[in-house]
Design a protein around this ligand. Sequence first.
Ligand code: 5GP
Ligand code: ZN
Length: 112
Amino acid sequence: MDCLFCKIIAGEIPANKVYEDDKVLAFYDINPQAPVHILVIPKIHISTLNDVNKENSEVIAHIFEVIPQIAEKMNLEKGYRVVSNCSLYGGQTVFHIHFHILGGKKFGVSFG
Ligand code: 5GP
Ligand code: ZN
């Protein structure tokens, strides 16, 4: 499968990792949109949010358990934003589900 994030998980493409366990990997986004911009991905390939189901949702729950740990490690005690872009109109460009952790600044209410 020709998936960029599966290649990062396999170690074929380097990434600046901030968290890893048996189910999840988190690393710095290559094109940061905030002072802190981390991507959290499952180690199993799930293409989009629309592909989350009873069989694979445990890893998504796990991602939301580790996000606060990553946020603490990145000194985001004042808060942060989590974003997941789903498919074409959601602006998804890498079709391996991922959650953006954006922090280090105060966000407004716009979603542009
Ligand atoms: P999406 O637009 O699909 O929600 O987010 C994909 C994200 O992956 C973008 O923010 C983009 O900057 C990031 N990205 C794309 N290629 C790479 C890469 O090779 N390494 C890293 N660390 N991030 C990448
Ligand atoms: Zn993948």
